[in-house]
Design a protein around this ligand. Structure first.
Ligand code: ZN
Ligand code: ZN
Ligand code: ZN
Length: 162
């Protein structure tokens, strides 16, 4: 199945695809690296593509990767407007801390410590980032992007800090 085949709306194939296209809500619990609950993530039944629809917000997330579990997933409904505390995941963490709601990091499917994606060490001061491709290099952006990750403050500063 190819999702990028160009079809005219009057073609019978287009109608078939239109009827077949179904989004399946993720059954996974937890919070995705984009900062939104997995229950807001849908996978296309047609081509397997992920999408994230956090209420009226726009999110460019295309993967659906659990990085955290929290006692109240409704607190993860923010937009990414920067890195760290300005990232949707950072804002969700802040909402949890503010309300005394517990959250835990998920590492390889299990509860664990937050691991920096760059140095693979425990990130004492985790920095959630949205990354976009500039040429061949991924760089942090102040908006939602296709890729989200969490790095330690040291790696962030060393790689992207001023
Ligand atoms: Zn996501
Ligand atoms: Zn999202
Ligand atoms: Zn690091």
């Amino acid at each position: 199945m190819k999702s990028n085949t160009v079809l005219s709306p009057v073609s019978p194939d287009a109608l078939e695809r239109f009827k077949k296209e179904k989004k399946i809500r993720s059954k996974e619990r937890g919070v995705c690296a984009c900062g939104h609950s997995m229950s807001r993530h849908y996978q296309s039944d047609y081509d397997g593509a992920w999408s994230c629809t956090p209420g009226k917000l726009y999110c460019a997330c295309s993967s659906g990767r659990v990085v955290m579990v929290a006692d109240d997933l409704r607190l993860f409904m923010y937009a990414t407007t920067g890195v760290g505390a300005e990232h949707a995941l950072g804002k969700g963490m802040l909402a949890c801390i503010d309300k005394g709601v517990e959250f835990q990091w998920i590492v390889d499917g299990d509860i664990g410590e937050c691991i920096c994606q760059i140095c693979k060490q425990v990130a004492v001061e985790p920095i959630p980032v949205s990354l976009d491709l500039f040429g061949e290099e991924y760089r942090p952006v102040n908006r939602s992007a296709k890729m989200d990750g969490v790095v330690c403050l040291g790696c962030y500063t060393e790689r992207w800090g001023e």
